[in-house]
Design a protein around this ligand. Sequence first.
Ligand code: MG
Length: 247
Amino acid sequence: MNQLTQSEIVLMKKAGALTRDALNYAQTLIKPGVSTLHLDKLIKKFIIDSGGSPSFLGYEGFPGSICASVNEMVVHGIPSESIILKEGDIISIDVGVIYKGYNGDAARTFPVGKISPEKARLIEVTKESFFEGIRHLKVGERLGKVSHAIQAYAEKHGYSVVRELVGHGIGKKMHMSPNIPNYGRESDGPIVVENVCLAIEPMINMGKKEIAMLEDGWGIVTRDHKPSAHYENTVLVTKNGVEILTL
Ligand code: MG
């Protein structure tokens, strides 16, 4: 785990705040009739105007500044002019912002207009599973306690947990060690140390856990085409507890 200095922590907090602001802005844009490319363009401008830069743009060749993943798409949806939001959809927006070399990363699943109670419940339980996980995030404890708690909470509600995609350490790079699965045993993973930043990000499926990749090489969808939700924050762990930097 990558321990940060106090001056690095200041920059991580600023990167986190810019990421949060971009997601709050995204929420105001979501309505039926809007394309995911339109969202991408406006959010990119918002990030740059705020003094940050969009970390996803060009990351391993990704063409967008956000990931925009609708309904059965789990994550990594490429923004597109031909994907138009409809009443009753859910859309996961994942945003990464770099500020002075430090990274914030966060995601939310938003409703488009009025959605079914089943989809609303999926969004709620996914968010709750994050908070259930970070209750177990403590200096001196195994990171596996977080992973285990997320899985137990999601499965208790009849949902399944994506295995192939995981949370991660974050700091000078967006993706750093350790990997943080959203499933597993309490006895797994490294012991948490102080002054580290982690991106914890449950990806929860309404149906089965199996996923597939689209032909574009990015979009990840559920194999059973049932909806999926995502909730991610960048958090700071100190000896005094956990601070959520992107909320
Ligand atoms: Mg992430």
